[in-house]
Design a protein around this ligand. Structure first.
Ligand code: AMP
Length: 220
């Protein structure tokens, strides 16, 4: 089997970076390009909460308080999603703690960890301008890619809103939490020789090209 010029290699990727660094956008582009499964733990939790599953009910309390969901619950939601594409996956929003990074490293054969670096001030500005469709979850940005009609989703006509955790106080909390808990993972993956750091202040297509070059190198 051959695909994407990588000689049939299964891609097990992680994309990391501060909120607002464009992780989701880049992960979507990578998934299209390499036909990967995009696994976003935050999105999975929102789905469980919307459907009021047992897992969703427990996760809801942590998320609405601005806290991380306990690792055991995160592993559960992750394991139920893995393996839906034979070409591999990209993890977005996972890992977020050292036990999660260790679990991933020990149980899955990681190909590469892409770290999108962005200064706090730029991240805050980007987060404050982020919007999402309340119906289909399509993402928008009032500065970079606003919906054609203010407050209305281009794709489904749903209401475009600010997510509760993109409100100013919640943004501050998430930045602190990122620096406290997630940034150390960068060092962990660097030590394992898996980390590639990319400047996330560049244009979307420039960043995408750099990521693709790194992925293509895996097949050589
Ligand atoms: P996100 O949309 O990625 O910011 O995720 C929304 C919320 O889901 C976070 O604020 C956390 O409470 C929870 N969450 C998502 N991914 C994880 C994870 N890997 N570990 C713990 N909690 C998570």
């Amino acid at each position: 089997m051959d695909f994407c010029g990588l000689g049939g290699i299964m891609l097990h990727l992680v994309i990391m970076g501060i909120q607002g660094s464009g992780k989701g956008t880049q992960a979507d582009l990578i998934c299209d390009r390499y036909q990967l499964q995009h696994i976003t733990t935050g999105e999975l939790f929102r789905k469980h909460i919307k459907e009021q599953t047992e897992l969703g009910k427990i996760a809801q309390g942590y998320i609405s308080a601005g806290n991380l969901v306990p690792d055991e619950l995160v592993f559960k939601v992750l394991e139920s999603e893995m393996g839906q594409s034979e070409k591999g996956y990209i993890l977005d929003g996972f890992p977020r703690t050292m036990p999660q990074a260790q679990y991933l490293y020990e149980n899955y054969d990681l190909s590469k960890v892409i770290y999108l670096h962005l200064e706090d001030a730029v991240a805050i500005e980007r987060m404050a301008s982020r919007r999402v469709c309340s119906q289909c979850q399509a993402g928008y940005n009032t500065l970079l890619f606003p919906p054609k009609v203010d407050g209305v989703c281009d794709k489904c006509g749903g209401e475009v809103i600010t997510r509760a955790d993109d409100e100013p106080e919640a943004i501050k909390q998430r930045i602190i939490s990122f620096h406290n808990e997630t940034e150390v993972l960068k060092g962990f993956f660097q030590e394992k020789g898996l980390l590639v750091e990319i400047d996330a202040s560049q244009k979307i297509d420039v960043i995408q090209k750099k990521i693709a070059e790194e992925i293509d190198r895996l097949g050589k």
